[in-house]
Each structure stands twice: as C-alpha cells, then as structure tokens.
Design a protein around this ligand. Structure first.
Ligand code: AMP
Length: 396
C-alpha cells in the first residue's frame, strides 16, 4: 500500500488529510475521543516533516446543509489540546474562510475545514457534483492522505474523488486497520466467531451471507436479533424490526444449518414499554415478549451462552452493542460480551464507533482487546471481502 513516505519530501507542502472525526457529542462535549486520538500519529508525522496539514472530516449527518450542532468546533478544540498546538478551524468548507485559513498556514501548522457534509456535493450520487467539490478541495493541497478508515468504504468527494486529483497515500491508521483486519480474512484461526448487534439493522443484515462463508459462528444481539426472532414466528412487540427482511433472514438460518455453521439468537431479553432509561423493565424468554413491550438488551441467560461461545473461540470480530448500552438498565449484555472478550485469549477485534465507545464507556481499557477498529461499516465491508473505494483509489 502507498505510505506517507511514498509522498516524497513534504516540507513546506500542503497535505490534505481526510480523517474521521465523527465522534459522539453530548451537549457540546465530546464523550469519546477515540477517533481523534487514533489520528494523532499521522498528523504528528506530517507536522514533524514540515508539512502544512489541512484536515477534512465529517460529523453526523447534516445532509448538505450548514447545521450548527454539527460544527467541528469541539473537535478543533480537543485536537488542539491533544497535539499541544493551535488548530485553525475554518468557518466554512471551501469558502473564503477556508481559503484564507489555508493560505496563512505556517509549515507544521494545522488547519481544519468545517464539516465536509455541510457541502451538498460531498455525498452526492452525481459523479460530476462530487468531482466539482473535490476540485475545490484540491486547491488546498499538494498531496492527499486518507487516514479516516471509518469512511474508506464511502465514495465521497473528500475520500474518493479527491484522491484522483492529487498524489495520494494512506496514513498510519488506515495501514494499521488493514493489517489487523487481514488477519481475519486471510486464514483466521478457528473457531472464528462474529458477533453482530446494534441498530443499523438493514446494513448489517446485508453482510450476513458473506460472513457466513468465512465465520464458523454468528452471534446475534442488539436490534438485529428481533428480525431473526420474528422470522421464527415469535412476537417481538415494539422491538426494532426490518419487516421486509423476514424471508431473507429465514434463508440465512437455513443456509447456516445446511453448511454446518451456527447462528446464535437470544433466548431471553430485557424488555421495557418505553425507550427510556427509567424502566420498569422485565426479563422474559423470547417466546413471551408482550405486544406492547420492546426488547432493549439480551438477558443474562443469553449473555452466558454467548460468553461461553466467545471463550471457546480463537478469533472474534465484534460489531454492534447487544443492547441500548447508553442506558444503564440495558447495558449489561454489552458489558458481559466485552468482559468475555477481554478475558478470552482469542485474537479479537472490536469494530465500529459505537462498539468502541461502548467498551470504553463501560470501563474497559483498549489494551484488553487485540484491536479496536475506528471503522464500523468499513470494517464489515472489508471482512466481507469487498474492496474499499477510498483505499482502492489511493492505490491507483
Ligand atoms: P450501530 O451503529 O448499528 O452499531 O448501533 C448502535 C446503537 O444500537 C446504539 O446506540 C444502541 O443504543 C442501539 N441498540 C442496541 N440494541 C438495541 C435495541 N435492542 N433496540 C434499539 N436500539 C438498540
């Protein structure tokens, strides 16, 4: 892969750097800085080598409009503290403020453009609209570096199109992520267990048939589980459900059976009437979810079954929390999985912003896991064996 050193001498040059600073923010405060910390080695290397560093990132989903709550201002502040250096935040993405901020940047200086998703061209499906915006980005750089692994699977102006316009390389974070994830795709030690949870049900259901080809066991929790349970004829009440995928999900269960793979589903769940942190809650087996309640975590019996499977595994990939871990009442399932993983001697990877934030929030240290990936969707697509457009275009 193309590395930073392949860019040649960068002293005095402007390097456009795509990071993924899409961090969770609550009341203007960053609640998990993992993705910002992960970008520091590349930023520091570029500064130490005398480059002017112009960073691009998105935050949230402002959908092509300027939305104040998605400003990168809290990110600029924290990044400055972590670097111990001034981070100049432009007031716009490619406007007058961005132009003057970049023009005034000293060697070794750091500028951050505003949220690239404030620009409608960034995520446009129209190639020409994306390229028009990428051409404006390209005016701010002599070279481009992709270090936002979390967006490497996105065909977006600041990830994909820009790399067609400037000499490009991957940063340290992208290289490290790819190296680790390759251990999962190229001959993983078996049993290889993939744990899937979270709320992006449609996205994650789509990856299951590919994962069934490589993994030995799939463990299903979080909002994902209810579509499976429903496909088995169970009443899931008001739980998250992808009603259009019931047949597909049933076919996965068949497919797994036919190929000697296991798909494990919850046997008990923690339910509540409201999506609220206050309860009341009940723990019921999956055949007894009342129609006006919803499942918000796996139950303790399920957690024990899943933990035993993890204990026996040699390789584990985990994407997506087992329940609504942000609320204490529904965080136990996720905690038990993190604990099982931390105690196992498997090679294990926790993937995805939410899963990574969950393990940190629940009090686990990064070094209790083999690797915490900054990319959720990107790591899943990599594991499926798909080429990530952002990386492909850098490689040329
Ligand atoms: P994802 O980005 O797909 O990994 O989803 C993460 C989110 O899934 C977290 O914010 C959790 O609160 C949420 N989540 C997990 N389990 C459930 C569930 N049973 N019902 C609703 N949301 C859930």
């Amino acid at each position: 892969m193309k590395k930073l050193s392949d860019l040649g001498a960068i002293a005095g040059k402007r390097v456009l750097l795509r990071c993924d600073f899409n961090v969770p923010i609550d009341n203007g405060e960053i609640t998990d800085a993992g993705r910002i910390k992960a970008a520091i080695p590349t930023i520091s290397w570029l500064r130490d080598n005398g480059a002017k560093v112009v960073i691009m990132s998105h935050l949230g989903r402002p959908q092509g409009e300027v939305v104040a709550k998605y400003s990168l201002a809290p990110v600029a502040k924290l990044l400055g503290e972590l670097l111990g250096a001034k981070v100049r935040l432009a007031a716009d993405v490619v406007g007058e403020s961005a132009k003057s901020t970049v023009a005034e940047l000293p060697d070794g200086g750091v500028a951050l453009l505003e949220n690239v998703r404030f620009e409608p061209g960034e995520e446009s499906k129209d190639d020409a609209a994306r390229m028009e915006l990428a051409t404006k980005y390209a005016e701010f750089g002599d070279a481009f570096v992709l270090d936002g692994f979390g967006v490497a699977h996105r065909k977006q102006a600041s990830v994909y199109d820009i790399a067609k316009l400037l000499p490009s390389a991957s940063g340290f974070l992208v290289l490290k992520e790819v190296e680790v994830l390759k251990r999962l795709t190229e001959n993983p030690e078996r049993p290889y267990v993939v744990v899937l949870g979270g709320a992006k049900v449609a996205d994650k259901l789509a990856v299951i048939d590919n994962l069934l080809k490589t993994a030995d066991t799939l463990i299903i929790g979080g909002g994902m589980a209810y579509t499976f349970l429903k496909s088995q004829g169970k009443d899931v009440g008001n739980s998250l459900l992808d009603a259009e995928k019931l047949d597909v999900v049933a076919s996965y269960l068949e497919q797994a059976k036919a190929s000697g793979k296991k798909i494990l589903l919850p046997v008990d769940v923690v339910i509540s009437k409201e999506f609220s942190p206050d309860g009341p809650i009940k723990v019921v087996d999956v055949d007894s979810i009342p129609s006006d309640w919803m499942g918000l975590d796996i139950g303790s019996e399920t957690a024990a079954l899943y933990a035993a499977e993890i204990a026996a595994a040699k390789t584990v990939f985990w994407n997506g929390p087992m329940g609504v871990f942000e609320m204490e009442l529904f965080s136990k399932g996720t905690y038990e999985m993190a604990k099982a993983l931390a105690e196992s001697d498997s090679f294990n990877v926790v993937g995805g912003g939410d899963s990574a934030a969950a393990v940190r929030m629940l009090g686990f240290a990064e070094n209790q896991f083999s690797h915490i990936s900054t990319g959720g969707g990107a790591s899943l697509e990599f594991l499926e064996g798909k080429a990530l457009p952002g990386i492909e275009v850098v490689e040329g």
